[in-house]
Design a protein around this ligand. Structure first.
Ligand code: URP
Ligand code: ZN
Ligand code: ZN
Length: 473
């Protein structure tokens, strides 16, 4: 039975027009003007925007950290109500296990039969001493996993990799067509700062930011660019938080290095004042890189509007304040790093980007859905409204007005990082491969409805420099 979404404003990264979309089964089978009489069911969308379902390429639904664990895949309903129809989750590598087995384990034990939206997985190196990690990339690509994350930070934990590991892995990525995603912060410098702060009894959450200033991120980003240049392999910097790192990335890109990057909503609307909240509440905002001063906000909005950063991911990493974040009372270095946000990515981009004139609707769709699909190997199946693509669609009501609060949140934890911020517009209906999973803003799907999606290697980063050259404003 075909469904027609009628008379909405269809927004792709490449065009915007009023029209209709015809869905049959899991796919979009037509789009255009006045497709009347071709569907048994009509969904009116006059006055609404229709966006491609969001792709959130940066979630941690099952991250073991500091002896605890994030809220799991059952809470992917939060992605759905936030307009995200596909998440790509990082698969931690247990000690001694191959990357491939870590993916198989993560998929079976954490995601399958729980996911409310489609999902894929990134490999994530946490046992760099294993020689085989450099050799298993072709097998990962074959399994539909063409992306891998390495960390330059978190010294003293299994996450941190040295430059030799990163460089060798870049060489291996190039051979396999994989995209390396890098957490770019200088772990050695952070370790020195942390020890000095703790020795001076500076233990509150706000010192998390003091221990990892912008220079720490800028240095690592510039180093990542040199490593990528030497390996002649693309690199993708995740969660860019500050002007200095963004500029280092942009400078290297203009020099011809295939370096690209993501920022996150929390770096564009939250700041160091959140970390300084009394009664240890600042711990809710401890994530890495750290929240910055407000001078960085406009620069990051400018970077995504101009294409100097290409993707906005949530870095969703949901720990409860009670008992989890609280593990770091008296020592900010023991607070599990991460902030929730999968549910609010579109709301923040629309309310604080589009409606303030900092971001065009089409750029919003690009950073929210199309560019992540292209970089991570999901396009054209997902990320754009196209004939033949999965019918992952968001019918967005621009008239909605509300306040973000944990009281209505689906994220499964006891706080929302954006608590109290006003929100304009919301996904009214969301379709996942042609099935209605959100109606009137509420989740109406079935647990386990999300499918594992195999992705393709040689994504957009391999197609050369895509940073749009625009004169600075
Ligand atoms: O603080 C963060 N970002 N936690 C999740 C792990 C990571 O570095 O992405
Ligand atoms: Zn990271
Ligand atoms: Zn992350």
């Amino acid at each position: 039975m075909a469904i027609m979404i009628q008379d909405g404003t269809i927004v792709n990264s490449s065009e915007l027009f009023k029209g209709d979309i015809l869905i049959e089964g899991e796919k979009i089978i037509a789009m255009g003007i006045k497709l009347e009489g071709r569907a048994a069911k009509v969904v009116p969308a006059k006055g609404k925007y229709i966006f491609p379902g969001g792709i959130d390429g940066h979630t941690h639904y099952a991250l073991p950290l500091a002896g605890t664990h994030t809220a799991g895949f059952a809470t992917t309903t939060a992605a759905a109500v936030g307009g995200t129809t596909c998440v790509i989750d990082f698969s931690p590598q247990p000690f001694g296990m191959s990357l491939m087995d870590s993916i198989v384990k993560h998929r079976a034990e954490e995601a399958e039969s729980k996911a409310a939206v489609d999902f894929s997985l990134h490999a994530m190196v946490m046992d760099a001493a294993q020689q085989r990690i450099f050799e298993e990339l072709p097998a990962l690509v074959k399994a539909g996993v063409p992306t891998i994350k390495l960390f330059m930070a978190y010294k003293g934990t299994p996450f941190m990799c040295d430059d030799a590991t990163i460089f060798r892995m870049l060489q291996a990525c190039k051979k396999a067509g994989m995209l390396m995603m890098l957490h770019a912060e200088n772990g050695d410098m952070i370790d020195v700062y942390q020890k000095q702060l703790l020795a001076g009894k500076k233990t509150d959450p706000k010192y998390h930011a003091t221990s990892r200033p912008p220079v720490v991120e800028a240095e690592a980003t510039a180093r990542a660019a040199y490593l990528a240049k030497a390996a002649d392999c693309p690199v993708f910097i995740v969660h860019v938080s500050c002007t200095e790192a963004m500029m280092a990335l942009r400078a290297a890109n203009l020099e011809g290095v295939n370096i690209f990057g993501e920022t996150c909503p929390h770096y564009m609307v939250l700041g160091v004042e959140n970390l300084a909240k009394p009664d240890f509440e600042g711990a809710k905002y401890v994530c890495s890189p750290a929240l910055r001063e407000s001078r960085h906000h406009d620069q990051l909005w400018r970077a995504i509007e101009n294409g100097w950063l290409q993707v906005v991911g949530s870095d969703h990493c949901a720990f409860n304040f009670k008992d989890q974040k609280e593990m770091g009372r008296g020592d900010f270095t023991k607070i599990p790093n991460g902030a929730p946000g999968v549910e609010n990515r579109l709301a923040i981009l629309y309310t604080y980007g589009v409606l303030t004139g900092r971001l065009s609707l089409q750029r919003m769709v690009d950073v929210f859905a199309t560019a992540p699909a292209k970089f991570y190997g999901l396009h054209p199946r997902k990320g754009s409204i196209l004939v033949g693509a999965d019918a992952d669609l968001v019918i967005f009501d621009p008239e909605y007005s509300g306040t973000i609060t944990v009281k209505t949140s689906q994220q499964g934890i006891d706080y929302n990082a954006y608590e109290g911020l006003s929100q304009k517009g919301r996904p009214e209906k969301v379709f996942l491969r042609g099935e209605l999973i959100v109606d009137k803003g509420q989740y109406v799907g079935k647990a386990g409805q999300g499918k594992f999606i195999e992705r393709q290697p040689y994504g957009a980063a391999y197609r050369g420099r895509s940073v749009r050259k625009m004169p600075p404003k």
